[in-house]
Design a protein around this ligand. Structure first.
Ligand code: 13P
Length: 283
């Protein structure tokens, strides 16, 4: 029975130098793999449902499955709305039992991002749900070669204190050089910028676009104050490759299901381990 808000774990991770991963779920096979990894590593974990996927015809069924799965294990498992699109979407997911929500108003002007985030925080906190927001904008890996435009989206340290104090947000996603999806080129992290942000606020900081970073990059980001890392693309790419290798004419559907779940589990265990989350479920 451990479907819980991840807030306690993220604060603990920030204080003790580990990060909790959010892995995006798109079906029951990936959810099975993620939760099996949390059990094997005795680690906390976040099942992230992307706002756009929540709106798909089977969105609500996915929520029901993820909740039942989270409740079946003793490790802390959060069910989080990832990149929530609006106040209304955040409220609908909270009604369905999400324990944490992200409102992504990062493309809007600062004042509008603050106003929308503040409204979600107020309502979510009244229901015991923690809130993540994004300040600056994390772009797409496919645009990575245009370093100048990426840099324009970086989080501005001067906005951070005002954003956090006016909104009351629990976790802050920062733009420091990562991007979503596969990188066109080598990812670079602005750790000096991360240090500056870390000095200004004391809430858990979040890194989106985890796929494609090296173990050293993850570990230095965590050492410099990141307490939550989002990973998706690598899980899908690795598992698609393993399935295509296993899909011989004789392969049964059940064997392929096993390949998928085992592949998701193995990659998630890898991330739990390098983020320092293994063994942290009990705290
Ligand atoms: P990647 O798909 O690049 O790992 O990013 C995932 C993410 O940030 C989800 O919010």
């Amino acid at each position: 029975m451990a479907l819980v808000s991840i807030k306690h774990q993220l604060v603990r991770g920030m204080q003790n130098g580990y990060a909790v991963p959010l892995f995006n779920i798109v079906d029951s096979l990936i959810a099975d793999g993620i939760v099996a990894a949390a059990q094997a590593q005795n680690a906390p974990v976040i099942l992230g449902l992307y706002g756009g996927h929540f709106e798909l015809p089977n969105g609500r069924q996915q929520v029901a499955y993820a909740r039942a799965l989270a409740e079946s294990v003793p490790q802390p498992v959060s069910l989080m709305l990832d990149h929530g699109a609006s106040f209304e979407q955040c409220m609908r997911t909270i009604q369905l039992g999400f324990t944490d929500v992200m409102l992504d108003a990062s493309k809007l002007p600062l004042d509008e991002n603050i106003a929308q985030t503040k409204a979600v925080v107020r309502a979510a906190h009244a229901m015991g749900v923690a809130v993540e927001a994004e300040l600056g904008h994390v772009g797409m890996g496919s645009d990575y070669q245009d370093a100048e435009s990426l840099r324009k989206g970086f989080t501005r340290p001067d906005d951070v204190e005002r954003f956090v104090s006016e909104t009351g947000v629990d976790f802050l996603a920062v733009a420091i050089g990562t991007a979503h999806g596969a990188y066109a080129g080598e990812p670079h992290l602005a750790l000096d910028l991360l240090d500056e942000i870390r000095r200004r606020v004391d809430i858990p900081l979040v890194l989106h676009g985890g796929s494609g970073l090296s173990t050293e990059q993850f570990q230095s980001a965590i050492a410099h104050g990141i307490a939550k890392v989002n990973v998706a693309t690598d899980l899908f790419m690795t598992t698609a490759r393993r399935l295509s290798e296993a899909a011989t004419p004789e392969a049964s559907y059940f064997a392929l299901q096993r390949v998928a779940v085992e592949s998701f589990q193995e990659r998630c265990e890898h991330y739990l381990s390098i983020f320092g989350a293994s063994g942290q479920a009990g705290g």
